[in-house]
Design a protein. Structure first.
Length: 757
């Protein structure tokens, strides 16, 4: 018989390859490994030796509390699977500690479905003879067994043993949760997720799915404070608001359980948590996966050493709330699971005492959801990277999310905007008051500042919220009514009203020659292109013209100088032109080698290239290449008057073999209102490109089908409304060699090109 293991994981980074081979499964269990580093207080919550801690402090008892092989809790109901069929009948237990589910599953593996049904019938009869089941309950249990596929069309992994491991994940749900859930589904492992309330509120579909999938989802506070350092009222608020977040997400819990952030819970904290009714579950295998530079092999070795030492409560992190770690855990996780099974252990979850009880994984069959909204992070402890998009950095405050819009305020220091988070205006159509009032097609600009009412809605919001217009006259009437509203509010003069109505009359909006695509909604997106202009820019501009979408072009100075005709055309066509440095430099490295002046030179040289092309940048906006901008670089950028666009959603479209379908699907599954989509125009150091243009057309169509519309960005970092009114100018083509850095993938870009640097 195998033995049982419960895995307690805190899931980490995205983008890692599931199943990447590090070493043969099982090879590491029992071998020496480097000692783990512990973040925060010692394992065991209050500093106690976890081997002597009570069940509610460590949750890592190495042997089942009862004498029965299976270790099923009497707190569960009698259910079988696959598929999961739950009778709703409490799992009865005998005086010797064995439950009905123990008696059934200790006989696995079953050769046939009939053998499984017969085993259930015998077990049911035995518990009826003891007076622990009545006839109706016995019949319901036998019926459930017959309706399952156990022993027949059953690909379940056996999971019965006495030595169980718990796999747990703290801090989520983050971007990495989807990949973690996919690994757990593939490996048929049930895990325990200790989730943070503000992240539950940001992406409630994930914890709700996890519970349906059979995982256990418990409390990890709302804003991840060190509970030893907060007041009792703050502790109470942290726990209550997270329970409310779980309730709002529809997450059922078999008991009220929690894990303290950093495992920090002194005697006073533990007493208060107990008074509030919480089972406190700590952890005793810490692989320090929250360190960004912790390699997968080390994570695997640390966990193997913990298992060899007799520890059973593994705690990992799902996008650690204050670091950018995660990628390496995704590489290691499948192999960690294989190692544990190869050592003869199996997996379980916790009961209300904190003991590791038996469980079985039965997939719900539902599609695994993804992150939709920006994942909250606390200020990061380590420089040199950013979390996966979408994310936002917040400063936590102890407020109740049930009555407040969010816990914390968005950090906007050093010019690092939360571009891609919620937009700044209150009106759902999002026209900026920094715009002028212009209408089209054709584009007729009044030059009048777009007035904003007290409710946050501007005149252009009021005009366009009425589209589509049945006739041109209906459009003119809408413009007149909106102008009248703002005159009455004292925000427009009579003369300005007349100019706006006249401009509306001179357009063809709503008429038979109006081919505009409706573009009014409260789910705005912006599309940003880095690294160009390259050979692919011509096709990109053609797609944007056809789809009537404004592009935000973060171009490099060297490439603007090589082919300035693109910048001039983009300006005339109505696209945004922003800064991506002169030579696509990693600004963190420039700072280290050349100091602050080197960073300024890269940015200023790109500005000068745009100006020399006759197309000055739209405003001082920049996306640092590679997203590389530490705190000092961001401060330099801010001091220069720039907004840094750090937050976006994207994919690895810079990898040459990525297909259009892969790129589109990867983007579409991440969409959320206010997102900035990041793509590449002839990536500066790879021969990629065709897949991006194909994916661009697909994702625009898919986003519109989902109810999204397209805007642009403003200099505050918000996504705001816009309309593309194409010109009749011919779209330019590359005339001079496109500069590329030495290529990091095999292949060649389209001619003409030149390798520089």
């Amino acid at each position: 018989m195998t033995r049982t293991v419960a895995l307690v994981l805190a899931v980490v980074t995205a983008g890692a390859l599931v199943g990447t081979v590090i070493a043969q499964p099982g090879a590491l269990i029992g071998t020496a490994a480097a000692s783990s580093t512990v973040r925060g207080t010692a394992v065991g919550a209050s500093g106690a030796d976890p081997s002597t801690a009570s069940p509610d402090s460590s949750g890592a008892s190495t042997e089942a509390d009862d004498a029965c092989l299976g270790g099923w809790s009497t707190e569960t109901t009698v259910w079988f699977g696959p598929p999961r069929i739950d009778t709703g009948i409490p799992n009865p237990g005998r005086d010797d500690g064995c439950t009905l589910l123990d008696v059934v599953w200790q006989e696995e593996p079953f050769v046939t479905h009939g053998e499984f049904v017969a085993t259930v019938a015998r077990a049911t009869r035995g518990f009826r003879d003891l007076g622990l089941l009545d006839a109706r309950e016995g019949a319901a249990i036998r019926s459930a067994a017959a309706r399952s596929a156990a022993g027949g069309r059953d690909d379940s992994v056996p999971n019965t043993c006495t030595d169980r491991v718990a796999l747990t994940f703290d801090d989520g749900p983050s971007f990495y949760r989807s990949q973690t859930l996919a690994i757990l589904r593939e490996k048929q492992v049930t895990a325990t997720f200790f989730d943070v309330g503000m992240r539950i509120d940001a992406n409630p579909r994930l914890p709700a799915f996890e519970r349906r999938e059979g995982h256990l989802v418990l409390n990890h506070t709302y804003a991840h404070p060190n509970l030893n350092q907060v007041t009792v009222p703050r502790l109470q608020t942290e726990m209550r608001t997270t329970e409310e977040a779980l309730d709002r997400a529809g997450v059922g819990r078999p008991f009220v359980g929690m894990r303290p952030p950093f495992l920090a819970a002194n005697a006073q904290v533990r007493a208060e948590l107990t008074r509030l009714g919480f089972t406190v579950i700590s952890g005793d295998i810490d692989a320090a996966d929250w360190l960004p530079d912790r390699p997968a092999e080390q994570l695997r070795a640390d966990i193997a050493q913990g298992i060899a030492d007799g520890r059973r409560n593994i705690f990992l992190h799902d996008g650690p709330i204050d670091t950018v770690a995660g990628r390496e855990l995704m590489k290691a996780l499948p192999l960690i699971i294989d190692d544990i099974r190869a050592a003869g252990l199996c997996f379980g979850t916790f009961d209300s005492t904190g003991a590791i009880a038996a469980d079985r994984y039965v997939s719900s069959g539902e599609p695994i959801p993804s992150v939709v909204n920006a994942v909250p992070y606390l200020p990061l402890l380590f420089e040199g990277g950013l979390p996966p998009e979408p994310y936002k950095i917040i400063t936590p405050t102890p407020v109740n999310p049930a009555v407040a819009p969010a816990v914390g305020t968005t950090v906007a220091t050093a010019g690092s905007s939360s571009a891609g988070a919620a937009t700044a205006d209150e009106c759902p159509n999002g026209w900026s008051p920094e715009e002028t009032v212009w209408l089209g097609p054709p584009r007729v600009d009044t030059g009048i500042a777009n007035p904003e009412g007290r409710d946050g809605c501007t005149l252009l919001d009021r005009v366009w919220e009425r589209e589509p217009f049945a006739t041109h006259g209906a459009f003119v009437s809408a413009a007149r009514a909106a102008a009248d509203e703002f005159v009455a509010a004292g925000l427009l003069s009579g003369r300005e009203r007349a100019r706006i109505v006249s401009a509306a009359a001179r357009t063809r909006v709503g008429g038979p020659r109006d081919t505009s695509v409706p573009n009014t909604c409260d789910r705005r997106l912006a599309i940003q292109f880095d690294d160009g202009p390259s050979h692919y820019r011509t096709e990109t501009l053609r797609i944007l013209r056809e789809k009537q979408v404004t592009g935000v072009f973060m171009d490099t100075g060297t490439r603007v100088e090589a082919n300035p005709q693109f910048a001039r055309f983009q300006l005339a066509e109505g696209h945004e032109l922003l800064n991506h440095t002169y030579s696509h430099a990693n600004l963190n490295q420039v700072l280290a080698s050349e100091g602050p002046d080197g960073v300024r030179r890269e940015i200023q040289a790109a500005e000068a290239a745009f100006a020399a092309a006759g197309a000055p940048i739209s405003f001082k906006g920049i996306r640092p290449p590679f997203g590389a901008a530490n705190a000092q670089v961001r401060q330099i950028i801010a001091d220069m008057g720039y907004t840094a666009y750090m937050t976006r959603i994207g994919t690895d479209d810079w990898v040459p073999e990525r297909t259009a379908q892969e790129i589109s699907e990867a983007i579409v599954e991440q969409l959320y209102p206010g997102a900035i989509i990041s793509l590449h125009d002839g990536p500066y150091d790879t021969p990629a490109g065709p897949g991006t243009n194909g994916g661009l057309a697909l994702l625009i169509d898919a986003a519109r089908e989902l109810g999204y519309c397209f805007g642009t960005v403003d200099h505050h970092g918000n996504v705001v409304a816009d309309r593309l009114i194409p010109t009749v100018q011919p779209i330019p083509v590359v005339e001079n060699p496109v500069p590329y850095a030495p290529l990091v993938f095999p292949g060649e870009p389209p001619e003409p090109y030149v390798i520089v640097g």
